[in-house]
Structure formats: structure tokens, C-alpha cells
Ligand binder design. Structure first.
Ligand code: MG
Length: 341
């Protein structure tokens, strides 16, 4: 099997700001796998500096990957297990290969990924749409523009969190999910959870720092809102550690290393009676569509990364009434914009 890769630059429609960083541009990496019959699978890496990954480090890691000995691409575990050891610090590079291999296998078998996984495409929850940290005027404008989405994910951890929420509430009655991206203490989280509950907030994502599991345990005793771990939940082992600390986990392919570890995380979470959210980074609709095929297994969808960029280089993933329509073409089911399918 032949592995090639190239940079996949993405421009954001608006500056995307969370409590610790802001960006107008993302450098993702596009991966292609071609087997001996000429079948091709595509995958996307969305590296995040928070996890010490960049497009440069991803391509550096991919340069050392050899798949020339791979025979049957349907031996997914045999192919991916040694790569998971080699790329253990580069989950986004691992994810791109894992997605590309699933795309290739789906195309060879003539099945969309959700069929390959045995999932019902009608069981897809509506996705939230993200409102990043911005000026109050901008937040009002973005909230009005997101009127088609019944659920908004609001980034907090700014110094004017209350004003952000009242500005949104002036123009929207959407359900709100809050993501503080690790900016709060236990005491701040409990105080904020009380007034946020009155504002129609349905959950709090990652209020505390990544490794503050004791803090999360304390929160579980008294929080009025469900707590979902994102930065704290990168691997299946993390989900085991988070038992009794949070109500659920936000799973992202570039964070965990692809579809197979994501499935493991979902099963571990369910075995521990935890909720499941499928989330994303800023990605083209290739990476988003790959994650979307897992949506029938989850409670919450947070897959709007491709809606935040200007020129999505892929086609085939539609959104209707805030629900992603799982592509019914073989594999991931999207194609490059410049290619007629
Ligand atoms: Mg988050």
C-alpha cells in the first residue's frame, strides 16, 4: 500500500477564539492510501498545538511510516496496531491513516462507513453550532446567523461570561452547551453552573484543567449540570480513569487516533454508564464526515468544524435541520471539490 500526504490549509470565516488561543487559519494534513488494485482512501489530520502537534510534526511522523508490506487492507487491526505504537504521540497523524484505511475498505466493499459499522443513519442527533469568544456585537451577529441551529455551543472562560450569555439570550432561545476549555476552578464552576442552569444551559464541557481529576470528582457531588470531559479524554484509558469524575466524554478522531480508538472509547464510556459526544477540530468535511459516521452511537453531536471554514475542499456532506446527513456513497462518502464524482 502506498501512503502519500500533502498540506491541507483551511481559512476560517471569522477568527476562532477560545479562552487560551485564537486563529484565522489552520494547517491540516491530507493523507492518501492506495492499495495494489489502485483503490484509494483519504484521511485528514487536524493537529492541535494544545496536544503538541502541528502540520510540520505530522508530516515528519508520516515520512517514517512504511505501508509497503501491507497486503490485505481488510486486516485493519493488523495494519493499525503497530502504527498506534509508532505514532503514539501523534494522534492526528494516526487518525488520518485510520480514516483513510476505513475509506479505502468501504470503497472496496461498496459500503458507506456507517453500513460497515452496522449503524442506522437515521439515528443522528442534531449538531451544535459553536459561538467562539468575540466582542458582544460579533457574538450577537453570529448567534443571529446561527438561527437554523437549535443548539449552540458557547465558548466561555472570558472575563465577561455573564454578558456573553445575556447577549445570546437577547436574540436566541436555543439550547446552550458551555465549553470553558479548562479555564475555571471548582468553585467558579459551581457558581457559574447555578446561573447557567437558569439560562437554559444543558451541559458544561471541560470546566477544569486537563489533569484535575480530584476537582472533577468534587464537582460530581454538587454540580446541577452534567459535566463532559474533552481535553481530559484523549484515549480509551482516559475514559477508564474518568469514571466517577464526569458524566460523559467528548471524543474527537484527531485527539484519539481515529475511528477504531474512538469506537473503543464509546464502548468503554457506555460500559461505565457515561454519555458520549462526538466532537471535532477545525476540519474540512472529510474529517467531519468520518466522525459523523459514528453519530448513531452518541448522545451529542458537535460536528460543525467544516461550517466554520471558507472554502471546504470536499463535497458530499450535507446538513439538514442541523443534522448531518451521513453520506451513502462507499467509504467516508465525500469527494474533492475539483473532482466530479
Ligand atoms: Mg471542547
Amino acid at each position: 500500500m502506498k501512503l502519500t500526504y500533502r498540506s491541507l490549509p483551511l481559512e476560517l470565516r471569522d477568527t476562532f477564539r477560545i479562552t487560551r488561543e485564537a486563529s484565522d487559519h489552520r494547517d491540516n494534513v491530507l493523507v492518501s492510501l492506495v492499495d495494489r488494485t489502485g483503490a484509494e482512501g483519504l484521511g485528514e489530520a487536524a493537529p492541535s498545538r494544545f496536544y503538541s502537534q502541528t502540520a510540520a510534526s505530522v508530516t515528519q511522523q508520516l515520512a517514517d511510516v512504511s505501508l509497503s508490506d501491507v497486503g490485505d487492507p481488510l486486516f485493519l487491526d493488523d495494519i493499525l496496531a503497530p502504527l498506534r505504537v509508532q505514532l503514539q504521540d501523534h494522534s492526528s497523524a494516526m487518525s488520518a491513516i485510520d480514516i483513510a484505511l476505513h475509506d479505502l475498505v468501504g470503497k472496496k466493499l461498496g459500503l458507506p462507513l456507517y453500513r460497515l459499522l452496522g449503524l442506522n443513519p437515521d439515528k443522528v442527533p442534531a449538531t451544535s453550532f459553536t459561538i467562539g469568544i468575540a466582542s458582544l456585537d460579533e457574538i450577537r451577529r453570529k448567534t443571529e446567523a446561527a438561527a437554523g441551529f437549535p443548539i449552540l455551543k458557547v465558548k466561555l472562560g472570558a472575563d465577561n461570561d455573564r454578558e456573553i450569555i445575556s447577549t445570546i439570550r437577547e436574540v436566541s432561545s436555543a439550547a446552550l452547551r458551555i465549553d470553558a476549555n479548562a479555564a475555571w476552578t471548582v468553585e467558579e464552576t459551581l457558581a457559574n453552573a447555578r446561573w447557567l442552569q437558569d439560562e437554559g444551559v444543558e451541559l458544561l464541557e471541560q470546566p477544569l484543567p486537563k489533569n484535575d481529576l480530584d476537582g472533577y470528582r468534587r464537582l460530581m457531588d454538587s454540580t446541577p449540570l452534567p459535566i463532559i470531559a474533552d481535553e481530559s479524554a484523549c484515549t480509551p484509558e482516559d475514559v477508564v480513569r474518568l469514571r466517577g469524575c464526569v458524566h460523559g466524554v467528548n471524543i474527537k478522531l484527531s485527539k484519539c487516533g481515529g475511528l477504531r480508538p474512538a469506537l473503543q472509547m464509546i464502548h468503554v464510556a457506555r460500559a461505565q454508564d457515561m454519555q458520549v459526544m462526538i466532537g471535532c477540530f477545525i476540519e474540512s468535511s472529510l474529517g467531519i464526515a468520518a466522525a459523523a459516521h459514528l453519530l448513531p452511537l452518541c448522545d451529542y453531536a458537535d460536528l460543525d468544524g467544516h461550517l466554520l471554514i471558507c472554502h471546504d475542499p470536499f463535497r458530499g456532506l450535507e446538513v439538514e435541520n442541523a443534522k448531518l446527513i451521513l453520506p451513502d456513497r462507499p467509504g467516508i462518502g465525500v469527494w474533492a471539490a475539483e473532482q466530479v464524482p
